[in-house]
Design a protein around this ligand. Structure first.
Ligand code: C5P
Length: 230
């Protein structure tokens, strides 16, 4: 049986991928399946937490039992729903793949093919970083967890990029997934590292997404039960 170590703790989890509309029938989306966020919600509920799951678009997934589910579509809607739930949250986990950009304009009617403008341009504008906003408005003792899908490159390894991102975003924990080569997205299993603001670096072995979820909740309870927190 799982420990009931999240009893009395309100956790807010975002999951899935946002969609940014171009017109009534088209959107910019991403490949997030929602599986990792749903696994986090399911395991948290099993460990006794009160769970709010703000879910953008996912593959057809079973709803975790005993979880308050709030469906959203765009990054703006996800931000509003998470910020609303965050007012009573002890823990916030941003597992959603939130679009960094949205079309500057959404057409009221389907964009038509036209000989006058055969190759239309789409202008994109930046979406606000929801995670960074949550950190700025953090309540006392609130634990905030981010996710990062990273590829290594000439300027540094996956872990270098992730360590910089943890500092930049100001969250307590960052789950790092190496992506590319068919890793992480849409898969049943996940692997990566868990980095903490205090410098902890834990390798998460390849396993079911519920295993990664358990590793995250173990680390979160360590932060919650510290004197002066929670
Ligand atoms: O900067 P990057 O997109 O890699 O950061 C990923 C983390 O930030 C995830 O936890 C994601 O949910 C969150 N995020 C956000 N708002 C955005 C983009 C990403 O909260 N606009």
């Amino acid at each position: 049986a799982l420990p009931r170590d999240l009893e009395g703790v309100h956790v807010v989890i975002s999951a899935g991928g946002t969609r940014e509309p171009l017109d009534p029938v088209r959107h910019l989306g991403n490949r997030s399946s929602g599986k990792q966020g749903y696994a986090l919600a399911r395991v948290a509920a099993q460990r006794g937490a009160r769970v709010t799951l703000v879910t953008a678009h996912t593959q057809a997934l079973a709803e975790p039992a005993g979880v308050d589910i709030r469906p959203v579509s765009t990054a703006a809607q996800l931000g509003e729903a998470v910020q609303d739930a965050a007012r009573t949250a002890d823990v916030i986990v941003m597992a959603a793949a939130v679009a960094d950009f949205r079309p500057a304009d959404t057409a009221d009617y389907k964009i038509k093919k036209s000989d006058d403008n055969p190759d239309p341009d789409i202008k994109l504008v930046r979406n606000p970083d929801i995670l960074a906003g949550l950190v700025r408005q953090r309540l006392p003792g609130q634990v905030i967890v981010g996710f990062a899908a990273e590829t290594g490159d000439a300027d540094g390894s996956v872990l270098d990029h992730a360590t910089a991102k943890l500092k930049r975003k100001g969250c307590d924990l960052l789950v790092v997934n190496a992506v590319g080569e068919g890793k992480a997205f849409e898969m049943e299993e996940n692997t990566g590292w868990l980095l903490s603001a205090e410098g902890l670096r834990e390798r998460i072995p390849l396993g079911a997404k519920a295993l990664l979820a358990a590793t995250v909740w173990d680390a979160v309870t360590g932060l919650l039960h510290r004197p002066g927190k929670g």
